[in-house]
Structures are given as C-alpha cells and as structure tokens.
Design a protein around this ligand. Structure first.
Ligand code: PLP
Length: 399
C-alpha cells in the first residue's frame, strides 16, 4: 500500500501539542481552560526585535541567505557565546537553523543507524527518543532522578556507554524537570568521556540563560577537550520569547559542519531572512526584557512550587532553571496520564503527564509556569478542589 512506510511506525510526537489542541478545542466549546501545558513564554517578543524584522522586509531582504545563515548573525552568535561562556567560537562553526529542534534532528540523523546506541535523558524532551527510533538506532535512556535534584548523573551516563554508543544527548537546564546540573557533575562527565573518544555529544542548552538564584549554567562549550566532538544546540525561542519565529543555531565541530550544511541545502535551503535580522537585534540589543521576563518567571516559580507542595499527596522541588515544575504526584494515588487527562477535562487545567517525557516520568506531572500569577493561583485552586472531590480510578490502568 502507498501509505505503508515502515520507518514511520517508529516516529513519535510531542504530546504537548496534542494537549494544546485539546485545550484550544475545549476553549472553543466555551470551557474556561488554564493552559499550563505548553512550553513557551507568555510574553511578546520585545518590540525592538520585531522592528528589526519589519525593517529587514522593508529594506528588501526577501531572498535566500547563505545556507549556514547570514555572516553578521553568525558573528553575533559567536560574540554572545564569548560574552556568556568566555569561549572562542568561530562564526564558521555556527549553523543558523529554523528553531532549536532542527539541530537535534540533524545530529540524531547523522549518528543514528541500526546497531548504533544513542543515550538521551529520561524524562526528557520527547523528540530525542522519537528521532533516535526513527533512524533505527537503539535509544538508551539515562535516568534523570528526583533524588539527584533532576541533575544529569555522570556515573549513570558513563556506566551506560558501550562500544556501540555513537551519541550522547545532555540537556541542562532541563525540560521537563527544571533541573540544572552542577558544574562539578559536568566536570566529572567530561573527564569520564575522555575514555570514550568514539562518543559524540549533543548538548541542548536552549534554556541556558534561564536559571534562578544566581545559579550559573555551565556550558559544555567550556571544555576544550570536548570541542572536536561537541554539537551545541541553542536558539532564541525561550530566551527572547520567539517560539513562533523559528530561529535556532548549532555550533558544530570541524568534521561535522559541512555535513550539517548539506542537510540544510537538502531540506530548507536557509532560515527565513527577516527572522535572522530579528535574531541579530535580539543578541546585539538591550537585554533588559530578558531580565524582566526572568524576574517574572522567578516569582511564579515560587508561587507554583509553594502551591503544589500545599496539595495533598503532591511534592515538588523548586525548579532551578527553565520554566517548568515537575511535581511528584505518586502519593495522590493517581497515575500521571489519567490525572493530566482528568485535570484538563474536569478541572480545566492543562498539564502534561510525566510519561510523555519517558518511562522515568511516571509519577510526575509537568506544569509550565509560563502563565500569569493569577492564572497559576486559579489553576492550583482548581487542582486542589479536583483532588478533594475525585477518586483515582481503581483497577489496572492502561496508561
Ligand atoms: N530543546 C528543548 C529541551 C526544548 O524544550 C525545546 C522546546 O520546547 C526545544 C529544544 C526546541 O526549541 P524550538 O522551539 O526552538 O525548536
């Protein structure tokens, strides 16, 4: 049959988009839904960034750009990485792409094939596993544990590496847990990786500027010994509230950069030109809007954590980064996905069940606090009322 393409039986999705669609549908039906499901800042893109794109269009930037991105933008990325991490990055190693996701797509496509093993965080961003399975490679989850503050464990990762391991994916600050891996643990991981020179590393640092309490994110870029096998994933979506613009970048090592360029040429040709001008304005313009957004996230982070911990059967660590809380709900008697479903359908609060981020996500929910303080308070009230009135389903749940 024409529609029978077996490799597509293995590709997954992001349930956050399905929850968003359902929440939108319920709203359309007249229901009052508070969306704590979707992972995007609820702030508008700062006006000077929007203006830069409008100006680019007015100035006639309507054509293709170089496949790897405009040189001034790649230079701005290199300067930004130097400012943030005190590292030298050549603009010739920066690949501009439409969104953070594209770099992971290309990296996993490059290394994934039957027989290869790829390590990825679980719970973690669902596209890692989906793409690994799509390539026919073996996905090897590296558990991200609450008991470890949702940090990456160097010991766990190093213990899972085999001669077949081709790629290691790490993510800090992390989705969905809000965990941030301490610098000392990253030191241990990098030291251990010296024994496994066949393993490439993709570090997803899209939340790198979103940490709290003065905590500093340690970039894997800051380890010279790793640079010839490190792919850095970053972008504008979260830091500058630009999810819909589709703008991200990868920093690729010498030997892989041209392969990535060929994937660009074979797929989208180049990233949208005015969006690239917006990206330049974001990096080179004032950063006060980013600071204001983070202050606001910080206040909501405390609000959501305190509120969750006041709920019967729920306990939540204070997130150290990103804008997600990942409460443990096991003691409510509910399993994660039925609870997330019931909260949406019965209580009008959209959240995501932990298992949508991997097998180690059972017993947790992800709440995005990219919503107003008033809505967060109201959502917590609704969850409290729901837990007080509804009993967990009995019998063996199917999910
Ligand atoms: N990496 C992580 C960990 C994310 O959470 C996300 C988005 O939610 C992405 C990458 C993708 O970002 P983008 O929207 O720029 O493709």
């Amino acid at each position: 049959m024409l529609t029978n393409v077996p490799s597509f039986d293995r590709i997954g999705e992001e349930n956050a988009f399905a929850v968003l669609a359902r929440a939108t549908e319920l709203t359309r039906q007249g229901r009052d839904i508070i969306n704590l499901g979707i992972g995007q800042p609820d702030f508008p893109t700062p006006p000077h960034i929007v203006e830069a794109a409008v100006k680019a269009l007015r100035d006639g930037h309507h054509g293709y750009t170089p496949a790897t991105g405009l040189l001034p933008l790649r230079e701005a990325v290199a300067a930004d990485l130097h400012r943030r991490h005190a590292v030298e990055v050549s603009p010739e190693r920066v690949m501009i792409v439409p969104g953070g996701k594209v770099t992971m797509f290309m990296a996993i496509l490059m290394f994934g094939e039957p027989g290869a093993e790829i390590l990825y965080p679980d719970p973690g961003f669902p596209i890692y596993r989906s793409m690994i399975e799509f390539t026919g490679a073996t996905p090897v989850p590296t558990p991200i544990r609450e008991a470890n503050g949702f940090a990456v464990s160097a010991e766990d990762i190093l213990g899972l590496i085999t001669p077949r391991t081709r790629l290691l994916i790490v993510n800090s600050p992390a989705n969905p847990t809000g965990g941030v891996t301490p610098a000392a643990e990253i030191d241990r991981l990098v030291a251990g990786l010296a024994r496994h020179p066949q393993v490439a590393v993709m570090s997803d640092e899209i939340y790198g500027q979103m940490t709290y309490d003065g905590l500093q994110h340690r970039s894997l870029l800051s380890y010279p010994e790793l640079r010839d096998r490190l792919i850095l994933l970053d972008g504008w979506s979260k830091t500058y509230a630009m999810t819909g613009w589709r703008l991200g970048y990868g920093v690729w090592p010498d030997g892989l950069y041209d392969k990535a360029r060929k994937l660009v040429v074979n797929s989208f040709s180049c990233t949208n030109a005015p969006t690239q001008f917006a990206g330049m304005a974001a990096l080179e313009g004032p950063q006060d809007a980013v600071a204001r957004m983070m202050d606001s996230f910080d206040a909501r982070r405390r609000l959501v954590t305190d509120g969750l911990n006041a709920l019967p059967g729920v306990s939540a660590q204070t997130p150290k980064g990103a804008f997600y809380a990942f409460p443990n709900i096991a003691a409510t008697g509910w399993r994660s996905k039925p609870l997330a479903r019931a909260l949406l359908e019965d209580a009008g609060v959209a959240t995501i069940g932990g298992p949508d981020f991997g097998i180690h996500g059972e017993g947790y929910l992800r709440l995005s606090y990219a919503n107003s303080a008033d809505n967060i308070r109201l959502a917590l009230d609704r969850i409290a009322a729901f837990l007080a009135r509804a009993m967990p389903p009995t019998g063996k749940a199917s999910d």
